[in-house]
Design a protein around this ligand. Structure first.
Ligand code: SF4
Ligand code: SF4
Ligand code: SF4
Length: 573
């Protein structure tokens, strides 16, 4: 591709043909403000914040969609640009519900930051302000239409997920984001992935919080409260305290949760290991007994809901394993309670998850309420701040026994390809007792779809990994029409996997547009895997103990009762 030479604010830049002015400006270390643009998600040129002056163009142009040209001279910071941006902000503020002081996005809101930077007058235009009720229909997300600035990032995120649960409705002043026929989110085809939340620049979308219930349980002396944290949370929580993206804060996270009250802190990587034991055994059984193949992973509730709603004919292909969250809930309310003489009613189980779909999962009737509250990484960060804990100054502490020690395979569950790699480690050893390899680099990384074929003990195993539901749909269509043939497929609903889940810290577009978020967060998990002496789930001493003391063996009758589940078709319009 040919290169193009141009000047931005008099600084010479050379970029490939087809580059937008916005991308070229970043290479020249110039930030152009945006509200609707978001790297890898949305690029519609509608918010008008990125308007710049460029030679050869008539009037101001939107830098996020306008391509560079040879010899072009761009000015991003002229009086005309600033005035236009300020007016755009004032128009947005004219109908915005300005409740900044109590808004969860206070100090982390892109509208607020830009309004302050440009000196926008929030009262300049006296707009009609109507009050609409919050959409509280779903147990995982709250929509506040009166804070929405109609940037459409959420719509783009949902379309990118191949779900399309939301879109613009109405015209002119009445235009707003909603679901078809003004259905509530719960009635729509939404799968709960929360990608719309992390894309939203303001406080119009947030998780449905259960923090108050958790505080109540901690204060309740009749309850024993246990927390467990999902693999990816340790790789992202630090961002909420200003630490660089990709910092592993496992030790500080444990120390902080312990300081919330009289609680125990367990490691969900243990049930990620348990999931692998159950799932790898189920896969080998299906291969040996000519069961339904390919088998799909089932640890992502957003993906499971997508199958139930959009591809119910593929339900037999889903592994019957519960997610690590629900395996932990089941394990605690049975094995742990029996072992410690606790009445399950007196045990309050809190999972800390990267994910809004897992909030919904707790409410599925098949899960028997075994997890009492699921809080996101963001909610945990708020609890730590409310408790006045100086997070970055904390010493590193270790998880509580008996659910402290995990394998590296359990940790990489938080990244796309991690479940597959952990399963391959166990399945390969089961097929060939001498199989030593633990690194399967072919399934790592954030490519939309990864494929690999392995020869193990004379058997050929064909695998695929997809992240993001649009890529999952591509795999399913290929499987259905016979163009794609595999034995085992890992799907995670969120692009990049749980490290980029809908419950992770919301970062401003100035960071999201300039760092490789998914890759940096995943790298923290792979480093932890590499440093772990135990890489394979089946080599974990905790897993040995759990099977020896309770389940007997993977896929045993008891294991099926506690660790497996079923699914049902849920056809929606
Ligand atoms: S949670 Fe996911 S599926 Fe639901 S509206 Fe948001 S992006 Fe779409
Ligand atoms: S809900 Fe948020 S992301 Fe969606 S259009 Fe409104 S402001 Fe934009
Ligand atoms: S990929 Fe992870 S964070 Fe995203 S919906 Fe699935 S389980 Fe939740």
């Amino acid at each position: 591709m040919a290169n193009v030479n141009l000047k931005i604010n008099n600084i010479p830049v050379t970029v490939p043909e087809g580059t937008t002015i916005l991308e070229a400006a970043r290479l020249a270390h110039i930030e152009i403000p945006t509200l609707c643009y978001l790297k890898d998600v949305a690029c519609v040129g509608s918010c008008r914040m990125c308007l710049v002056e460029a030679t050869g163009a008539r009037g101001l142009v939107a830098a996020c969609v306008y391509p560079v040209a040879e010899g072009m001279e761009v000015q991003t910071n002229t009086p005309k640009c600033r005035k236009s941006r300020k007016t755009s902000l004032e128009l947005l503020l004219s109908k915005h519900k300005k409740k900044c002081l109590s808004c969860e996005r206070n100090h982390n809101c892109e509208l607020q930051r830009l309004s302050a930077e440009y000196g926008a007058d929030e009262d300049r235009f006296e707009g009609e302000t109507l009050e609409h009720p919050l959409d509280l229909s779903a147990p995982y997300v709250v929509r506040d239409r009166d804070k929405c600035i109609n940037c459409n990032r959420c719509v783009a995120a949902c379309q990118k997920q191949h779900v399309g649960a939301i879109g613009p409705i109405g015209r002119g002043y009445n235009v707003h984001i909603g679901s078809a026929f003004e259905m509530s989110l719960m009635e729509s085809v939404c799968v709960g992935c929360g990608q719309c939340i992390v894309a939203c620049p303001v406080g119009a979308l947030k998780e449905r919080t259960t923090v108050d219930e958790v505080w109540d349980a901690i204060q309740n002396t009749q309850k024993k409260v246990v927390f467990f944290t999902a693999p990816s949370v340790r790789a992202t929580l630090g961002e909420a305290f200003g630490l660089p993206v990709g910092t592993n804060v496992e030790g500080k996270m444990v120390a902080a949760i312990r300081r919330l009250g009289n609680v125990e802190v367990f490691n969900m990587d243990v049930t990620a290991d348990l999931t692998i034991m159950e799932e790898a055994t189920e896969l080998l059984n299906r291969i040996q007994n000519k069961g339904t193949l390919p088998m799909f992973t089932s640890c992502c509730p957003g993906w499971v809901k997508f199958v139930e709603q959009k591809y119910p004919e593929m339900i037999p292909n889903l592994s019957t394993c519960k997610s690590p969250q629900e395996m932990f809930g089941g394990l605690l309310k049975t094995y742990y309670c029996e072992k410690n003489g606790i009445d399950p009613k007196d045990l309050y189980v809190v999972s800390v998850i990267p994910c809004t779909a897992k909030k919904y999962e707790c409410h599925r009737p098949e899960m028997n309420g075994e997890v009492d509250a699921a809080i996101t990484t963001r909610e945990l960060a708020r609890m730590i701040k409310t408790a006045g804990i100086r997070f970055t100054e904390l010493p590193d502490e270790e998880f509580d026994n008996p659910f402290a020690i995990c394998s590296g395979g359990g940790t990489i569950f938080g990244a796309t390809g991690g479940v597959m790699e952990a399963a391959l480690r166990v399945a390969a050893r089961a097929l060939d007792g001498k199989f030593e390899v633990v690194d399967f680099p072919e399934v790592r990384g954030t490519l939309p779809i990864k494929e690999a074929t392995y020869k193990i003990a004379g058997k050929t195993v064909r695998v695929a990994v997809a992240n993001g539901l649009a890529n999952a749909a591509e795999i399913i269509e290929g499987v259905k029409n016979g163009t794609r043939q595999y034995d085992f497929i890992e799907i995670m609903a969120c692009p990049g996997g749980c490290v980029n889940g809908g419950g992770q810290p919301t970062l401003p577009d100035s960071i999201r547009n300039s760092v490789e978020l998914k890759e940096l967060r995943a790298a923290a998990l792979y480093r932890s895997d590499k440093e772990n002496k135990v890489r394979r789930s089946s080599d974990s001493p905790v897993i040995d103990t759990i099977y020896a003391e309770y389940f007997g063996s993977p896929n045993s009758h008891k294991a099926h009762e506690v660790l497996h589940t079923s699914y049902k078709a849920d056809k929606r319009i």
